[in-house]
Design a protein around this ligand. Sequence first.
Ligand code: DGT
Ligand code: CA
Ligand code: CA
Ligand code: ZN
Length: 604
Amino acid sequence: MTETDRTNSQLARLFEQMAAALDLLGKNAFRVNASARVARVIRDQADQIANVIARAREEDTKPLAVLKAIDGIGKGSAEKIIEYVDTGTIAEHTELMEQVPAGLFDVLEIPGLGPKTVRLMWEQLSITCVADLKGKLDSEELAALPRMGKKTIDNIRQAITFAEESAGRTPLGIARPIALALVEHLKSVSGVTRAEYAGSLRRGCETIGDIDILVACTDPEAVREAFCTQSRAVQVLARGETKCSIRIRFEHATMQADLRIVPQEAFGAALMYFTGSKDHNVRLREVAIGNGMRLNEYGLFTTTDERPQDAGIKPTAAQTEQDVFAALGLEWIPPEMREDRGEVKACAEGMGVPHLITRGDIKAELHAHTDASDGKQSLEELVASAQKRGYHTLAVTDHSVSSVIANGLDPKRLRRHIKRVRALNEKTEGITILAGSEVDIHPDGRLDYDDDLLAELDVVVASPHVSLRQDRAAATRRLLAAVTHPRVHILGHPTGRIINGRAGLDPDLNELFAAAAEHGTALEINSSWKRLDLRDTHVRAAVQDFGCLIAIDTDAHSDGHFENIEYGILTARRAWLEPESCINTWAAGKLHDWLAGKRESSRR
Ligand code: DGT
Ligand code: CA
Ligand code: CA
Ligand code: ZN
């Protein structure tokens, strides 16, 4: 891996930390805002700033002048950026970090806690980390702080519990690109014949505990060396003959990666074993025992003895997963299904493995934003992104008026936007561009536009964005109002949860799914890896128990976001979703009829 260490995202992170530290230290708002703004500007740059500076120097222009020309970057910030690119640190950042206890930044991350409150906690109650705060949740001194009502304290308590539950697990969207790069790196080592990632990552779980990689090779020492010295490694935890463990860094955190070197002739058995899940493996071993056989990471053996490989017995199947499943009398089960959720039984009873959805099945993007609201792309660029993926349909769904931070469209702007979309559709070949909206669902269930305006749209995605801590009854009423609304096609990110961030709404799903099925409203799998909402288990219940339709969309705000479809598909596969139940896989005619049909029926 050759990427520079000094990336825009690391640089932006330093400015974010400076902004937070200045805020916690009670410095003036102007400095706080300037640092926060620089962080945003850096994140929005298409080019790596380190490269921009290097190019400027090659061309004999002053990097300072080049940086200052970027909107939002002043002289002081430009100097700090150059300092970072040249030295890897910013002196002011280091000084600020010495003045603020590191644990306070974690306290600041708790939803609902702002810098003013955290500073008071620090100054008056000597709270310097989440553990301190947890210890004082029931204290009178905490309750005595300004604006610290019972409800706020309850929210803090919930947020701490939530953070503890997700501790140490990395979102799929961060771990997967790292693992893919690591596998590519290992494949380039001489003597490597196979390299694959296994574990929860191969199963497509929404968060990853650690990365598991299997390699078959002829030169183990070269592989161990390549693994332990690769550029992301910050610590070697173990370096054994067949197993190495390292800690790798990403952004501002680290995670563990395990390497196992396995024999080429048993690669399939090892891949099955280390893909798991543990509970799935237990079921498979029961099947083996039932057949008078033994299954382990070395293969499937026609004996029930423990560790038959130690007695020199050769396995009857081991080379590929297909061999092993077949010798067990089973069809190959896709990794995403290996969760002990009935897959082994379903397969053994001859019901057959479902025909799971694949990326090639996706033909339409029905939830995407342009720069009319908070997207990065112009309408034309968004269309090009959809065409590049070979889609037959794109729905342009910018935010509605209440989403003020997202620059939501008021009715007048929306009507103009619809006209522009229709006009572009007229002159664009090979793709149907639909005029849509992502309409906010108000806390009481009302939608953000009136029915007449909604009726002018080809696609209505209704999503909750605020008040995501409502009680269950209110959340159920709110979402039911949206799915039963005659002009709503898709319920967008239904719970509003953020992985490792917030729990989101907790509606009565049985009621919600029954209503969605009855009214023919599709439920979204939002493919953003921060959301994956609905989640796998919910989707499976919605489809299998209620016959709901599912939409898999990316909620794209940039071209790169279109690639998040991979995460939505992994989630769908974990839900055993087949293409028929997913509206994005339908042929253009069928999809357009369905969309239009909802509008017709709403006019009756
Ligand atoms: P994670 O890392 O927490 O996201 O989840 P996994 O599933 O990747 O778990 P991990 O990394 O502990 O182990 C990878 C796979 O290896 C696991 O899914 C099944 C297999 N495995 C590991 N240890 C055991 C074990 O003690 N018994 C069994 N049956 N399988 C194991
Ligand atoms: Ca793992
Ligand atoms: Ca592991
Ligand atoms: Zn959206």
